[in-house]
Design a binder for this molecule. Structure first.
Ligand code: MG
Length: 258
């Protein structure tokens, strides 16, 4: 099931997205799927008449995983880490589909990174790998935008990956999906720049949840970014980045400089 968060000018609401590409409709829901549950609402709205929002605003954290595809680690001149390489992104970095990503004045080298994002659905601590998939609410698409120059000079990645607008999520959450082998394609102004598959992740989703939950309590709405395949590169103001993951959809954002 595809669950979107959207607005028609009123308060944000959730809805189920149904229909074939180009003809989707949003079936309104009342409530909140993560925190209080939902019941069917009334109304069916053509998708093009709503503004999609980030499908989740993490209350607690976005966990990033670095160097989780061997070919990407190699292109950056890095080894694949033996254990998942975790970092944190503040929830203030999250924006939705179509929202502008603001290139900050502090950086002259901002990169796109198309990634599969896991949305946690329940409180989870010290989860075993075999139980890990039970903690997932669903999956969405992310762009782990990175100020590559600051990532190198800062050492810690908090600023380089944590600027406001640096974590676009969307277009919606797919709650039923086998993510073991999904094609991931990133386009820069329509040109394919990343073309990978989630089958090439070094550490799989269940392993990442177990590893992260051994350090942090995972809360409903927390998001784990699972790493990017090779082909990362710079994006400048005026360009658009779209990330498409098979079985989920396409996240598309313009980049601007303020
Ligand atoms: Mg990344």
């Amino acid at each position: 099931m595809r669950i979107a968060r959207y607005t028609t000018g009123e308060d944000p609401a959730y809805g189920v997205v149904e229909g074939e590409p180009g003809h989707e409709v949003v079936l309104a829901l009342q409530g909140d799927p993560l925190y209080i549950g939902v019941v069917p609402g009334d109304g069916e709205i053509p998708l093009e008449e709503v503004r999609l929002l980030a499908p989740v605003i993490p209350r607690s954290k976005v966990i990033g995983i670095g160097r989780n595809y061997a070919d990407h680690a190699r292109e950056m001149g890095n080894e694949v880490p033996a254990e998942p390489l975790m970092f944190l992104i503040p929830n203030t970095a999250v924006v939705g589909p179509g929202d502008p990503v603001v290139i900050p004045r502090q950086s002259t080298n901002v990169h796109y990174e198309g990634e599969l994002a896991v949305v946690i659905g329940k409180i989870a601590k010290d989860v075993r790998v075999e139980d890990a998939l039970d903690c997932i609410w669903g999956y969405t698409v992310a762009d782990d935008v990175t100020a590559r120059d600051l990532q190198k000079t800062d050492g810690q990645w908090a600023r380089a990956k944590g600027f406001d607008t640096f974590c676009p999520l969307g277009p919606w959450v797919e709650t039923e999906l086998d993510v073991s082998d999904l094609r991931l394609v990133t386009r820069l102004d329509g040109e394919v720049v990343q073309d990978g598959t989630t089958a090439d992740m070094v550490h799989q989703v269940a392993d990442l949840i177990a590893y992260a939950s051994a350090a942090f309590t995972l809360l409903p709405g927390d998001v784990i970014l699972t790493g990017t395949p090779s082909g990362v590169g710079p994006v400048t103001a005026g360009q658009r980045v779209s990330v498409e993951i098979e079985g989920i959809g396409t996240l598309d954002n313009p980049f601007v400089r303020r």
